[in-house]
Design a protein around this ligand. Structure first.
Ligand code: ITT
Length: 203
């Protein structure tokens, strides 16, 4: 009797990010697919990439192209941010360095809470993410959003960035109080990369 063994050859895909928290989230989404998700440091040395685009998609493409041009692997990248209605959608694409160069996540959260302190509640906000695939020829973007509000005090120690101050609509916990798998099911990044994964499977 012949034993047929199905060998699945995975395609390598480099995630063009220096953010290990994002890598953790997205590697869960690509687990069990035909893609082997690599870190930049698996193929070379990470270098500084100037994100000077004026949209999420433009910045995601800048990161993807920089890593593709340097290492030659097919790439995924994301650019994400948080938009607060009462702040005219700030910090938006500038979320990472909202409290200044070299600021910490905690500095950003403190600045955000202090800006909202005197304003009426709820402080409606949304996380936005553009995920994108690029292989030198094909460019596939996919968007995801998560609506919610900014709470008064940081809560929870899971996740990263603005997670401790963001409570999704329909929940009474912040994203930093959720397990990673649960955040991935509803988050801007989870939605964007699940959309992207489906588009890749169809392409
Ligand atoms: P890379 O550019 O290397 O991917 P980054 O952290 O600089 O990493 P962005 O330019 O996309 O990433 O900046 C997004 C910032 O928005 C990020 O640093 C966080 O402060 C915030 N952010 C994005 N997604 C978030 C999430 O899921 N939870 C909490 N904060 C998030």
């Amino acid at each position: 009797m012949k034993l047929w063994v199905k060998i699945m050859i995975k395609s390598k895909l480099v995630f063009a990010t220096g953010n290990q928290d994002k890598y953790k989230e997205v590697s869960k989404i690509f687990a069990g697919t035909n893609y082997e998700l690599l870190k930049v440091t698996d193929v070379g040395e990470m270098f500084e990439i100037i994100e000077d685009g004026d949209t999420y998609e433009a910045n995601a493409f800048i990161k993807a192209k920089a890593i593709f041009d340097k290492f030659g692997y097919p790439v995924i990248a994301d650019d994400s941010g948080i938009e607060v209605e009462q702040l005219d959608n700030r910090p938006g694409i500038y979320a990472a360095r909202y409290a200044g160069e070299n600021c910490t996540y905690s500095d950003n959260n403190k600045k955000l809470l202090s800006e909202l302190k005197e304003l009426e509640k709820p402080h409606k906000a949304k996380f936005v993410c553009c995920a994108l695939f690029y292989d030198g020829e094909k460019l596939i973007p996919a968007m995801g959003e998560l609506k919610g509000q900014i709470v008064d005090e940081p809560r929870g120690n899971k996740g990263f960035g603005y997670d401790p101050v963001f409570m999704p609509d329909g929940y009474d916990i912040t994203c930093a109080e959720m397990e990673l798998e649960d955040k991935n099911k509803i988050s801007h990044r989870g939605r964007a990369f699940n959309n992207l994964k489906n588009l890749l499977e169809q392409s």
